[in-house]
Design a protein around this ligand. Structure first.
Ligand SMILES: NC(=O)C1=CN([C@@H]2O[C@H](COP(=O)(O)OP(=O)(O)OC[C@H]3O[C@@H](n4cnc5c(N)ncnc54)[C@H](OP(=O)(O)O)[C@@H]3O)[C@@H](O)[C@H]2O)C=CC1
Ligand SMILES: O=C(O)CCC(=O)C(=O)O
Length: 423
């Protein structure tokens, strides 16, 4: 897992890209190399096999993971991904991103992530429930409201979080809502959590736009990925008067020069399963979407979408990384050299975990906030974090990403040293 100081290794590997970004910031700060080693390593890795009785009576065994990257600042926090391309290395990288993300927005958590290698689109609801419950039972030895708190990620939703809460609660004999966030409102979820990642991302775009003199009411945007995060980001941009000219999902994309009606596209996707085929729009490929002549590009799907191969084609002024790790390290440098403002994932998509934190706090206190209060506190936290990152980037003449990592590393370093976790 070790990587030589600040050289690109496997550029398209999320884990190597994450190491590269951490090492670059650490070098800039003059961080002790021994401490850097401590901060890079995941604290705990759990691999589980998850047997599932399928509806047809056959038995399959799936592989799942839960990785806790760092616990210096508080319990581990991070989502659970169900996807056929999940790997242990990916989950380690995503867990590390959670550590840095929670530190950038200064919430009292470490980082974690979980995943199961499966294609949930091929499972019935009953199979998905049994798979989730068995996976939670297997990882229950390391999760808990004070230890590690899962949440949604790709292909997991409030229903999956409800099964997680119920399975864990059954094992303890009473309801423990604070073991997981992103739950339905009826069982202790928070107002605004579902929309928080996309909404938070748009708060960072508003800040970035005002920093570079872009009027959002006259701007255009393209959004890759039309799930929990992408669809909400597109809707929030629409609400600000921004013309969202293209959106895509795993099946393809659609383009409309005059701007898409995002509420209608959402309704169409809910009905048909995809944005593809949406009337009054032109089909567009993922690569065409990324290269569109628009002001704002929001990658909100999976990692490694903007690479060395297409970074020179990006024409947006602002790239807001709603997804985790959508830009490879080498592509990131190309965008930076071309003067494109990249709002890094650990800041751009931190709205989700911020409202997860609010949900956890509300669950612990059994006292729930209004949606307005949640959104007000979310905006406050995201805007102040953005401004801190912006200020360091200007002062130190580094990218927003390096600045964000410098802030995060400093906070985790301080906690580590104060606790004496560095022998
Ligand atoms: N949920 C959250 O709170 C947070 C999520 N994130 C990150 O945001 C990203 C999206 O997560 P989320 O919205 O929750 O996940 P969802 O599963 O809700 O949505 C993912 C979207 O991406 C689409 N997609 C998948 N593969 C591709 C592809 N190759 N090209 C284009 N689109 C694709 C999916 O298509 P289809 O609809 O056809 O399946 C879907 O529309 C991930 O990187 C995640 O880690 C970050 C912070 C918090
Ligand atoms: O809400 C959370 O706890 C974490 C969400 C997540 O997985 C992420 O931010 O990548």
């Amino acid at each position: 897992m070790e990587m030589a100081n600040c050289v690109y290794d496997n550029n398209n590997d999320l884990l190597q890209s994450t190491f590269f970004q951490v090492e670059r910031a650490a070098t800039r700060m003059g961080l002790d190399p021994g401490l850097l080693k401590v901060l890079k390593e995941p604290k705990r890795i759990l691999t589980v096999s998850v047997p599932l009785r399928k509806d047809d009576g056959s038995l399959d065994v799936y592989q799942g993971f839960r990785v806790q990257h760092n616990l210096a600042r508080g319990p581990a926090k991070g989502g659970i991904r169900f996807h056929q391309d999940v790997t242990l290395e990916e989950v380690i990288a995503l867990a590390a991103l959670m550590t840095w993300k929670c530190a950038v927005v200064d919430i009292p958590y470490g980082g974690a992530k979980g995943g199961i290698i499966c294609n949930p689109k091929e499972l019935s609801t009953g199979e998905l429930e049994r798979l989730t419950r068995r996976y939670v039972t297997e990882i229950s030895i390391i999760i808990g409201p004070e230890k590690d708190i899962p949440a949604p990620d790709v292909n997991t939703n409030p229903q999956v979080m409800a099964w997680i809460m119920d399975t864990f609660s059954m094992q303890h004999g009473y309801s423990i809502p604070a073991v997981v966030t992103g739950k339905p409102l009826e069982i202790g979820g928070s107002q605004g959590r579902n929309e928080a990642t996309g909404r938070g991302c748009v708060y960072t775009i508003e800040e970035a736009a005002s920093g570079c003199g872009l009027n959002l009411a006259e701007a255009t945007a393209a959004v890759q990925g039309f799930g929990n995060v992408g669809a909400v980001a597109a809707a929030c941009l629409n609400d600000l008067g921004c013309r969202v000219v293209a959106v895509s999902d795993s099946k393809g994309g659609v383009y409309c020069e005059g701007g898409l009606d995002i509420a209608e596209v959402r309704e169409y996707k809910e009905r048909t399963g995809s944005v593809v085929g949406y009337p009054d729009a032109t089909p567009i490929t993922q690569q065409e979407l990324l290269a569109l002549d628009c002001d704002i590009l929001v990658p909100a799907a999976l990692e490694n979408q903007i690479t060395e191969a297409n970074a020179a084609d990006i024409r947006a002024k602002i790239v807001a990384e709603a997804a985790n790790g959508p830009t490879t390290a080498r592509a990131d440098d190309i965008l930076q050299q071309r003067g494109i403002m990249v709002i890094p994932d650990i800041l751009a998509n931190a709205g989700g975990v911020v409202v997860s934190y609010f949900e956890w706090v509300q669950g612990m206190q059994h006292f729930f906030w209004s949606k307005d209060e949640v959104n007000r506190q979310l905006r406050r936290r995201i805007v102040s974090s953005f401004r801190e990152v912006w200020e360091i980037a200007q002062r130190e003449r580094v990218s927003m990403r390096t600045a964000a990592y410098m802030i995060a590393l400093e906070r985790v370093k301080k906690a580590t040293l104060l606790r004496g976790l560095f022998p």
